[in-house]
Design a binder for this molecule. Structure first.
Ligand code: 5RP
Length: 228
């Protein structure tokens, strides 16, 4: 059967929004899969759903506002009940690579405050081993070359993401380095090493954060849950 990636994304999104209930604080992810979930939430608001949402990027904020989804400042909430976001890759332990859209920093902050962090994905995102997708890393511009050298010392390579010949700038005013470490057989260890690099603001390895991945496949969805 040929894959219908857009249908898979939509199916996953429709399934994920079932976990949203009245009076919750809801995190809204970024990217083409999260887009479908945000559209669903917009429809649910029209039908009377009463929630407040925290967007993970300026782009998502604009989309949510256009759909009249009530927003709340992240600094005004203690925690977030449920967040629905996409991923670039996930493995069977629900470890993720995120940041393809460049929003990984705010996405990780929102995920950190979240009780139920749900990833929605099409079936192309499921991998045996992370690392085919280059790992996005948010870097302070002042530290860019230093961080690139530190990545090399970890046996990786990287390049500053550019758009139209200019560095891509994140919502926090930083650069993104897309790093290649080959296949990442020990994501926790790599994450710990990256966490030690000064000037590296955040990386796109999300370890033990997702509680569920809902994946669209063959006209239906499959849900993977993390134990513990
Ligand atoms: C943005 C992200 C996205 O969730 C990730 O890149 C997946 O995007 P898409 O759903 O468009 O494939 O992490 O920073």
């Amino acid at each position: 059967m040929t894959k219908n990636i857009e249908q898979e994304k939509q199916l996953a999104a429709k399934e994920a929004v079932k976990f949203i209930a009245d009076h919750q604080i809801v995190g809204l992810g970024t990217g083409s899969t999260a887009y479908y979930a945000i559209r669903e939430v917009g429809e649910m608001i029209k039908q009377g759903l009463d929630i407040q949402a925290v967007p993970t990027s300026n782009k998502t904020k604009e989309l949510a506002e256009s759909l009249h989804i009530p927003l709340v400042d992240i600094n005004a909430v203690q925690s977030i009940d449920v967040t629905i976001d996409g991923a670039d890759e996930f493995n069977r332990d629900l470890m993720l690579i995120k940041g393809g859209g460049g929003a990984l920093l705010r996405e990780k902050i929102v995920a950190s405050l979240t009780r139920e962090f749900i990833i929605i994905a099409d079936s192309s995102k499921k991998v045996a081993v992370l690392g085919k997708f280059k790992l996005p890393i948010e870097v302070i511009p002042f530290a860019a070359n230093y961080v690139l050298r530190q990545i090399q010392s970890l046996h990786g390579s990287g390049a500053i993401r550019s758009v139209g010949g200019k560095p891509f700038i994140t919502d926090q005013g930083n650069f993104i380095v897309d790093a290649d470490f080959g296949l990442i057989t020990n994501p926790s260890q790599l994450a710990a090493r990256l966490d030690e690099i000064v000037g590296l603001v955040e990386h796109g390895l999300f370890i033990n954060m997702a509680s569920k991945v809902i994946m669209g496949i063959n006209g239906t969805t499959e849900t993977f849950s993390r134990e513990g």
